[in-house]
Design a protein around this ligand. Sequence first.
Ligand SMILES: [Ca+2]
Ligand SMILES: [Ca+2]
Length: 85
Amino acid sequence: MKIAFRQFDRNNDGVLSKREVRNMLRPLHNDIDPADIDKIIEKADTNRDGVISFKEFMNAITNGTFTGNSPRPKERKQQYVPKPP
Ligand SMILES: [Ca+2]
Ligand SMILES: [Ca+2]
């Protein structure tokens, strides 16, 4: 999972910005509304610093926040790892 996180962390600052999250979510949700992305980020950003840390990223995946699915981390594993660009 750390590898997946790094892949989305385009500028390698160790956190995912809104823009990076948007790029990540696009393959998961076709035609996602920018407002929905904001909502997802708000949910995932538990410490409210405006960016998603690796820990928040993991939590969001476990909770299904990114995928919109109910929590079933093990079965979902393949689905929340989008293909490399
Ligand atoms: Ca980043
Ligand atoms: Ca955060």
